[in-house]
Each structure stands twice: as C-alpha cells, then as structure tokens.
Design a protein around this ligand. Structure first.
Ligand code: GLU
Length: 423
C-alpha cells in the first residue's frame, strides 16, 4: 500500500535543478514564440487571458520577477493570442518556463491538486495547539502563539501560500545555513572547517561543548554559527558585516524585504550570558582564528539572528537551495552548487536540534528550525517551504512545523530515500 500510494507521484522523482543555462531549443525567439502560440491554441488557450489563467492555475503569477514583464504585457494585450503579445526582450529562461508550463513539465506538475493537499496538511497541523513559545529571549514571548503561516515556491517559481505567510518573523537559527554558506563563499571549505566541525552534537543547541578537536560541532548550533560569523569579513565593523549577511539573505529570497528586528536584537544582547559563555569556552581552547575580535563576532551573530523575513520570502530561500543555488524567482545564481551541497548536508544531519536524527529518519528532508518557530524545508529538485508557527516542542522545533512535514512525506515521495522504497 505504501508503495502504490507513492508511485502515483513518481513524476516528482529524479528532477534536477534548473540551472541558468538549461540546454534547450536552439531555435530563435520568433520560431519559439510561434510554437508557443500553437501549443497554447491546441490546449484551447486562444487569448492572452486564457493563457494567464492557465499559468496562474500552475502557480505562475506576477510574484515571479523573471516572468512579471511578460505577464504584464499579456494582461494588457487584446485579441487572439499572438507572438507579439509577450512583451519586448523576453529572456530565454522566461520562454523556457512558459514552454514547460504548456508542456505540463513544471517541477510541481499537478499544482492545483498539490496546493489543495497542502491546504489539508496545514488545516490538520493548525488544530494542534500544543507546545510553548520560547521566552528566554524576552522579545520572542511577544509573538502571537497561534500564528501560523506557510508558503511554497517550486524550483520553477510556482508559488502558493496559506495563513500568515506575509507576517515577518525573526529568523533566529533559520539564518544559520545562510551564515554558514556565506562563510564558505568568503573563506573556502578548508579554512571554515578548520574551525568548525560537521558532526551532529547530540546536545542542546547552546550546550557548552566542543568536539574532540576543540571546535564547535557544526555550524547549525550556536557555537558553530558564532564561529562562522567570526569568519565573515572580520576586519570590518560588525554593523557592516551584518549588513552583508542581510543583503545575502535578501538575494537568496529573490529581493524580498529583509529587515533587522531591532527589539529582538536588543533583547538578545541583554540576555546573552549563555552565548558569551560559549565564546569564552571557544576562546579558552584557541578555537577562533588568531586575532579574532570575539565581541564583534557575537554582535554579528546576534544581528543575523534578528533578521526578519516572512514565509513567502523564506520559501524562496529554500527553493534557491533546492535549485542548486539559483534563485527560482529571479533566475540569478546566489550560491555555488558545492556550497549548497555542504549546506544541505548539514541541514539534513544537524538542522532540527536534538531531533535531527529522528527528522532525517521520518521526514528525510534538509531543514532548519529556529526558536521563533520558523522552519525552512528544502525538497531538493522540487522546491522549498517556509513555515512559521511559534509554539515549540521540547527540542525547540515548531510543533506544527514538524507535524506538517510528517503529513507531507506520508503522501509525497519527498523523503530523500523515498525512491528505494517505492516502485
Ligand atoms: N539567537 C538564538 C540564540 O542564540 C538562536 C537560537 C535558535 O534559534 O536556535 O539563542
């Protein structure tokens, strides 16, 4: 039953990332636009408006910067669908996307049905009011306990959201994968991993513990994230370093708003004893690169944790990772593919606090949660999800977030090893 249940969705398996220059048709723009109009016609889409509804039903809307000029041109066009109505200078990657939408070859093929199913999982998780809001950072206690938002973005930029998906929340630990990716991009793997390990710690995220080489266990726990922050442009003032992280997060989110929540930042500074103790412990063991200004590193870390995004923007970050580092809404490369691979590996093994092993076993997806109730879930080669619901379980993960993920992989073959267990 398990097998036949999953085989219905076999089209999701084995998809590869959509890189900037997908090998595509060599034909020129005019020929391809002609073909596109004929394909639309054969589907009964005789007007620009009919084509727009077809695209919207597949999750392709003006929320996609790389398609928005073309969609606006189509909205303004009149009469039967014609090659001249797609706007000037239609980029090839937008054309590829339109072709795939008409060929029924998008990352999420049955989008309306998929969105409907997601709605069911969301409603199910929403019933759950268990768990507590984190209050050890006092400002976090002001979050709305029953707030719940979810957004999806596929590697083709198909988008869908539910609940409070446009409510910004502070990322807290959800920023750690990006903090790590940026440290890698600026320093290379050898330097970064001379100072931070890549092994689950098996302890709480802020435990006073180092690995046998006196390095923090991995970049997804506090000590490791502070270490990564220490490696981001160490010669510059903390404010500038944090601004670089903010801009990196923004480009990962396709240009969506990302702001520093000043109240959370101040609240964290005022209650930072444990993180200061982590720094002292690392200092005692000479874990930092020589000459590190550890106060500055901690400040950069706090500012990074206080960055805010909404679920819609977070889903784009997750989809960028699912797409090998190319942001699906802008088409721009944000991260090198090997850095994405490293980041996803550590999200899979260390991203869900002390529940990481269980989560890898039961859900089998790279994810990162934070104490604000944020959760970023990556479905490699398919897309990403951004979720926010502040009630946490005893491991510190969003209760509804974990529940939602469990439902998702019961119905869809997204567990990274699903392929070996289905026909
Ligand atoms: N800024 C939080 C801290 O340092 C992050 C904790 C988390 O989200 O895991 O405690």
């Amino acid at each position: 039953m398990f097998r036949s249940g999953l085989s219905r969705f076999s089209r999701y398996r084995g998809r590869r990332a959509r890189f900037e220059h997908d090998p595509q048709d060599e034909a020129g723009l005019d020929v391809r636009l002609d073909r596109l109009c004929s394909a639309a016609d054969s589907l009964g889409l005789e007007t620009p408006q009919a084509l727009l509804s077809h695209l919207a039903a597949r999750g392709l809307t003006g929320q996609l910067p790389r398609l928005s000029a073309c969609l606006t041109a189509l909205e303004q066009a009149e009469g039967p669908l014609a090659p001249g109505q797609f706007g000037r200078d239609l980029p090839f990657d937008s054309l590829n996307l339109l072709e795939r939408a008409l060929d029924d070859d998008l990352a999420i093929p049955d989008f309306s049905h998929f969105a409907h199913r997601l709605g069911g999982f969301f409603a199910y998780a929403q019933e759950n009011r268990r768990g507590q809001i984190a209050d050890y950072i006092p400002e976090l206690a002001h979050q709305e306990a029953d707030g719940f938002g979810l957004a999806l973005c596929s590697i083709d930029g198909q988008r869908f959201s539910l609940g409070e998906a446009q409510t910004a929340f502070c990322l807290q630990s959800v920023v750690k994968p990006l903090n790590y990716a940026l440290a890698l991009a600026l320093n290379g793997e050898n330097l970064v991993h001379a100072h931070v390990g890549r092994e689950p710690s098996g302890r709480r995220f802020n435990e006073l513990a180092l690995d046998p080489d006196y390095r923090p266990h991995n970049p997804m726990i506090n000590a490791g994230a502070i270490m990564c922050a220490s490696l981001i442009r160490p010669a510059q003032p903390p404010r500038d370093r944090a601004e670089l992280i903010r801009r990196f997060v923004m480009s990962a989110a396709g240009g969506a708003a990302c702001t520093l929540d000043e109240a959370v930042y101040q609240s964290e500074l005022a209650t930072a004893d444990r993180n200061r103790a982590l720094v002292k412990m690392m200092d005692e063991h000479d874990a930092f690169p020589p000459g590190t200004d550890t106060r500055a590193a901690l400040d950069v870390y706090f500012r990074a944790c206080a960055l805010s995004l909404d679920c819609e923007a977070l889903s784009v970050v997750a989809a960028m990772l699912a797409n090998g580092g190319v942001c699906p809404v802008t088409g721009h490369r944000v991260i090198d593919p090997m850095i994405v691979r490293h980041t996803l590996s550590l999200m899979l093994t260390c991203g869900m606090y002390d529940y990481s092993g269980e989560f890898a076993f039961t859900v089998g997806l790279p994810a990162k949660s934070g104490v604000s109730g944020g959760l970023m879930i990556v479905i490699p080669g398919v897309g990403g999800l951004g979720l926010w619901s502040p009630r946490l379980d005893r491991q510190g993960n969003s209760v509804r977030g974990v529940e939602f993920c469990q439902r998702l992989v019961e119905d869809y073959p997204f567990h990274i090893f699903a392929g070996v267990a289905s026909d």
